[in-house]
Write a protein that binds this ligand. Structure first.
Ligand code: 5GP
Ligand code: MN
Length: 335
């Protein structure tokens, strides 16, 4: 993978560009994809965003979401776009299998492949150009850096600002994580000067759910949360019956893993949800517990130091049992 700067200057003849991201795109994945799309489209390129799967309803407000192709729903259209592309940007993931059913197709793509991502252990052999930087708060911050480095920062407008801001808010926990460094705040100041109105973005991301989601959270915190004080750990296991009872949709469980972090002294929160095909884990830590290593070692996953995810093919009970066993083994890391 060559350094991303080597693709500059950006071409002034129109190119066919596809941008894709990880399955079930969150605010950073969709915000970086759409922010980059709007920037490239302003220069006359034909830009298509393809999501490997569907996404949460709270992403739909983002300008351009209505034109995003869902690979699982419109496979032949998406594959035709991928076959015709001159450039493929891969944002907010760094290994093809994070796109689930799109993985095999991505392996066949022959155009120039460009990576912009902030996760650990990139599969650099799969990309021609790129940047992988785990110190960055978000892929949205990296797309901003890319735009500025291209020398066309004057093209940043309110639309691009809204998309990029949403991802930064999402991935920094509204600017509370250590990753929200001075550069992040400088970037937001610049976006504000370019027309960003930030309050509606927060409302769209956090105050836009149905009643059932809040009642679901109440139920889960009351009945499914276990506090393991001896390990400064909280584990929440959500059975499928809860998802059905409260009619929980994609994205409704986002943020749930953060609630137990409000308990003083808690260093690790683990949430597991019984999805149809697997048991999906989310891990969040404070201090020096490395969630990425933990998820890689025990739950076939990965991510960042303070936030990671994983999976298991075991039953919900079995995977929680396994979690408690490995937490006991690792308790010295949680004191
Ligand atoms: P979440 O808990 O919000 O699903 O994921 C937290 C972070 O871990 C995100 O940055 C996400 O991309 C990453 N992540 C989640 N699940 C997996 C996984 O199975 N494998 C890897 N490599 N990263 C994951
Ligand atoms: Mn991200």
């Amino acid at each position: 993978m060559k350094p991303i700067e080597e693709i500059f200057p950006l071409p002034d003849t129109p190119k066919k560009i596809v941008i894709t991201t990880h399955q079930k795109p969150d605010a950073d994945a969709m915000g970086s994809s759409l922010g980059l799309k709007h920037f490239l489209a302003l220069q006359g390129h034909e830009v298509t965003v393809i999501s490997p799967t569907n996404w949460a309803g709270w992403v739909n407000w983002m300008p351009g979401t209505e034109e995003v192709i869902n690979y699982e729903k419109e496979k032949s259209l998406a594959e035709a776009k991928l076959d015709a592309a001159d450039w493929l940007f891969c944002l907010d993931f760094n290994i093809f299998h994070r796109t689930k059913t799109m993985t095999e197709k991505l392996k066949t793509v022959t155009c120039t492949r460009i990576l912009i991502d902030h996760h650990q252990e990139p599969d650099t052999a799969s990309f021609d150009y790129g940047i992988s930087d785990t110190s960055k708060s978000s892929t949205c911050e990296m797309v901003y850096d890319f735009i500025m480095a291209s020398g066309k920062g004057e093209l940043i407008n309110e639309t691009i600002g809204e998309c990029l801001y949403a991802g930064v808010v999402g991935d920094t926990g509204s600017f509370r994580f250590p990753s929200a460094k001075a550069d992040v705040h400088s970037m937001v100041a610049h976006l504000k000067k370019k027309g960003l109105i930030h309050s509606p973005v927060h409302e769209q991301l956090f105050d836009n759910f149905f009643e059932n989601r809040l009642r679901f959270i109440g139920w889960v915190l009351l009945h499914r949360m276990e506090v393991l004080y001896e390990y400064n750990t909280v584990v929440i296991a959500i059975p499928k019956s809860d998802l059905l009872k409260y009619e929980i949709k994609t994205g409704d469980t986002e943020g749930l893993v953060n609630f137990p972090q409000t308990i003083s002294g808690i260093k690790l929160v683990a949430l597991v949800i019984d999805r149809d095909e697997e048991r999906k884990w989310s891990f969040r830590s404070k201090g020096d517990f490395d969630c990425n290593t933990f998820a890689r070692k025990y739950f076939e996953g990965g991510g960042h130091f303070s936030a990671s995810g994983g999976r298991s093919s075991d039953s919900l009970e079995k995977t929680v049992e396994h979690f408690k066993k490995v937490i006991k083994e690792n308790q010295h890391l949680l004191q």
